[in-house]
Design a protein around this ligand. Sequence first.
Ligand SMILES: [Zn+2]
Ligand SMILES: [Zn+2]
Length: 142
Amino acid sequence: MLHHGSCLCGEVHYETGELSEHIDHCHCSYCQKFHGAAYGSYAGIINPDSFRWIKGEERVHRYQSSSHSARLFCASCGSSLVAEIDGGKMLAVTLGTLDDDPGVKSAAHIFVKSKASWCEIGEGEEKYEEYPPNMTQFTPSD
Ligand SMILES: [Zn+2]
Ligand SMILES: [Zn+2]
């Protein structure tokens, strides 16, 4: 199943194949700054080759936020669109830019060690100090 997403100004549109049904809300300091929010929400793309820009690729800028991860965003409106890990071997879309339902079944809060003091995580929610024990690949942290 294909999913579609776009930025705030509408100049950039993308299409992607199947997404992970498990998502991460990342509270690392990079995500806070980049999204201007308490955390960034991501779904991994199962097959990174299924991703393509369908409009406005020339407006997409790339910010290398660490040695192994980069963030792709719209240069016109600033929307954070995709996180790229290890030069694109792994990709994750930002859930806020999806225009359809990703079919999420579970979610975890990660990197809560750097969580903003003004952000509360509910009692029963899954959370980890840093990476979750079983999964690191879709997390654009550090
Ligand atoms: Zn835009
Ligand atoms: Zn993060």
